[in-house]
Design a protein around this ligand. Structure first.
Ligand SMILES: [Zn+2]
Length: 688
């Protein structure tokens, strides 16, 4: 076998919110691959980072009243802990906001420039006159110029998949303030992608033929070449949280420039640290055009073109090596549907870990993951059934049924040798399972798990046939019992070796029980004989349905209405009148007029709208209101006046803090109507 040296990366989680199970699908997929390749004897370096730049980070930090650095630092700590506790063992988990990344991004940019692959020209771009900033692509929405879907982002249509610039949108509006953006001119910098058309076409085909790109990905990309590649706008004007372009004050690299460079920057930091047997000079060895190392990216299908067009073009154009492979996976659904906060299926990594063992999800994902772009469904019933039946029932139970006899009758030692039949049985199982190495490498984990279950069935059939619990009652069958338990425990060991990339923590406990450290698939070739084992203690327990239910409950958003009190009431025909109150009671309510600056849907919530109100002397207020069913086009509320309670204690919700309550009339659901105020009422005026 040729020993390969491979740099593996996962897509960078955005430093704007917690990691959820959708992210975990990818981190687990790449982690399993890395562990399997290492157990096959290859040298692998595994890095990732938080994607920490962009307007979204800047605006959120502003809203929270902290610096962007403080925001991304807190998120980095949470992300790192979540990934670690899921057993995703990055050699280095960094951030794109590092010195190393600033340097590498500048180096690549300056090389592109020196090689004539950049240009600059004035661009008319949308500007938010209320917020006094140029609007990033994701902060302008409007109608897709191609398929005419409404409310599409400025950088591409999520319905038809077309990429375009914000200027192409029909009827654009600012997501920041709701204002109609104005076109304003500014100089922008571009990478001339047309320079790379020939190179990219050849690269795509070569990578596909070498197994480094899935055929469906390459087919999808062919569409991009139909009209020729447009130059890629890689600059953004201040204010922006990112890296300033060298020599161009006030101009910043678009986040998608320094994000993929972040893979290399994280690796540079690993090289500089001296860990993994690396040294600082190894970075150049990896990124040289003629490098004999590999660079493999795992990504989701939503970011294909950044990784298979822009990224290889940037690398090639700056005289560096291109990726060896870009492995694309599908999206995660839960119980057959898109993850939903209100159904409790938008599950954060930490919420899962608070209730269930990380290896359970790793195993279940492995049973579902193949080499294609197909979506993966986390069906909770199937999840519970498979973990209980496969991991616990078919695998762990082998050890729990046989270990006791070895300690009771044989001094805790496995037999010194096996008879011919048992030797052949072991060799057969080992040979069947050896196919898993290639299946792991091909990312066909589902096929590997099927093979493992088949061999586990063979093992359990052997145990059932010989019934060691019956043999144990007959003193004349001690030797035979020793043989049966020794083979059974070797089946268990064999399965542990091949399951180790998927369930690393459980496998580590299994190896500790067996009294050995195993880091290589080669250990599966020979059975373990004449060796002491340790006392058995439960390696994994069955999933209790209650724990899944509790996790779902914990994931459900706290949907107390922050809107009309009526929203909580069932739609009754008549309601009893409230008891009387004094004028002083009424005076305790600080009712105010607010002008709607922003109003939009809340991702993952079926009930809420998020309002940003101009509250006059009180500043701006963010309020979540449960009136979505009644207002299907929230953007139309921008500019109108509402009445809200200003002195209600702020309430922390999953999406942010709600600072008040907007009043509406009605019985709830779709029957809710905002109150209005006559023309003279101004934002912040008290309502008495
Ligand atoms: Zn479209």
């Amino acid at each position: 076998m040729t020993k390969r040296e491979i740099l593996v990366t996962s897509a960078l989680p955005y430093a704007n919110g917690p990691i959820h199970l959708g992210h975990m699908l990818e981190h687990i997929q790449s982690d399993i691959w890395v562990r399997a390749m290492r157990m096959a004897g290859h040298r692998v370096h595994f890095v990732c980072a938080d994607d920490a730049h962009g307007s979204a980070i800047m605006l959120r930090a502003e809203k929270e009243g902290i610096t962007p650095e403080a925001l991304i630092d807190g998120v980095w700590k949470a992300h790192s802990a979540d990934l670690r506790d899921f057993g995703v063992a990055y050699d280095h988990y960094s951030s794109t906001h590092t010195h190393a990344n600033r340097e590498l991004t500048a180096r690549i940019w300056l090389a592109l420039k020196a090689n004539g692959h950049t240009e600059s020209r004035p661009v008319k771009q949308f500007y938010d006159p209320v917020k006094a900033m140029f609007l990033p692509d994701r902060y302008i929405k409007g109608e897709c110029p191609k398929c005419h879907s409404k409310d599409q982002y400025g950088d591409g249509c999520e319905v038809c998949g077309t990429a375009y610039t914000p200027a192409d949108l029909i009827n654009p509006y600012s997501v920041v303030s709701g204002a109609t953006p104005e076109l304003k001119e500014s100089t922008h910098f571009f990478v001339k992608l047309a320079d790379f058309e020939t190179m990219l076409k050849a690269w795509l085909v070569a990578r596909r033929d070498a197994g480094g790109l899935q055929p469906e990905v390459v087919n999808k990309l062919q569409e991009w070449f139909a009209d020729g590649l447009r130059s890629w706008d890689v600059s953004r004007d201040a204010p922006y949280f990112g890296f300033e372009i060298p020599g161009e004050p006030g101009k910043y690299f678009y986040v998608w420039v320094d994000a993929p460079v972040g893979y290399l920057a994280a690796f540079k930091e690993l090289c500089d640290s001296g860990r993994n047997g690396l040294k600082p000079a190894d970075l150049e060895r990896f990124i040289a055009v003629d490098s004999n190392t590999e660079m493999i990216h795992f990504i989701g299908k939503d970011i294909i073109y950044f990784h298979t067009l822009f990224w290889p073009a940037m690398l090639h154009g700056s005289g560096l090596r291109t990726p060896t492979a870009v492995n694309v996976h599908g999206f995660l659904t839960v119980n057959g549907a898109k993850m939903s906060k209100s159904r409790g299926t938008f599950i954060e990594a930490r919420t899962y870990l608070n209730h269930l063992d990380a290896d359970y999800l790793r195993y279940f994902f492995a049973t579902q993951l193949g080499p294609t772009l197909a979506d993966v469904d986390l069906d909770m019933k199937a999840f519970e059934e498979r973990v209980n039946s496969h991991l616990v029932g078919k695998w762990v139970n082998i050890a729990s049924r046989c270990a006791g006899f070895v300690h009771k009758f044989f001094d805790g030692k496995l037999a010194a040798s096996l008879p011919a039949t048992e030797t052949a049985n072991y060799a057969d199982a080992a040979k069947r399972l050896s196919a898993c190495a290639a299946l792991y490498e091909a990312r066909d984990y589902a096929a590997a798990m099927r093979l493992i279950v088949e061999v586990a069935d063979t093992a359990n059939a052997y145990i059932a046939e010989h019934a060691p619990w019956t043999m144990a009652k007959d003193e004349s069958k001690r030797d035979a019992l020793h043989v049966v338990c020794t083979l059974a425990l070797n089946y268990f060991r064999l399965l542990a070796i091949w399951l180790a990339p998927v369930v690393p923590a459980t496998a580590a406990r299994a190896f500790a029980f067996l009294g050995e450290e195993i880091a290589h698939f080669d250990a599966a070739a020979q059975p373990r004989l004449d060796a002491a084992i340790n006392e058995f203690s439960a390696l994994a327990t069955r999933i209790d349905t209650k724990k899944i239910d509790a996790m779902i409950e914990a994931s459900k958003e706290n949907l107390q209405p922050s809107a009309a009190p009526a929203a909580t009431a069932a739609p009754e025909t008549t309601k009893p009148e409230a008891a009387t109150i004094s004028i002083d009671d009424f005076a305790r309510l600080d009712l105010r007029i607010g002008t709607v600056l922003e109003c939009g849907f809340v991702a993952g919530s079926d009930k809420l709208l998020r309002f940003l109100l101009d509250a006059g002397e009180l500043g701006q207020r963010q309020i979540f209101s449960g009136i979505r069913a009644a207002y299907q086009e929230p953007e139309k509320l921008v500019g109108r006046k509402v009445v809200f309670i200003a002195n209600l204690a702020p309430r922390k919700m999953r999406f942010g803090v709600s600072e008040g309550m907007i009043l509406s009339a009605g019985t709830g659901g779709g029957d809710l109507h905002l109150l209005d105020a006559d023309a003279g009422a101004k934002a912040g005026m008290p309502v008495k």
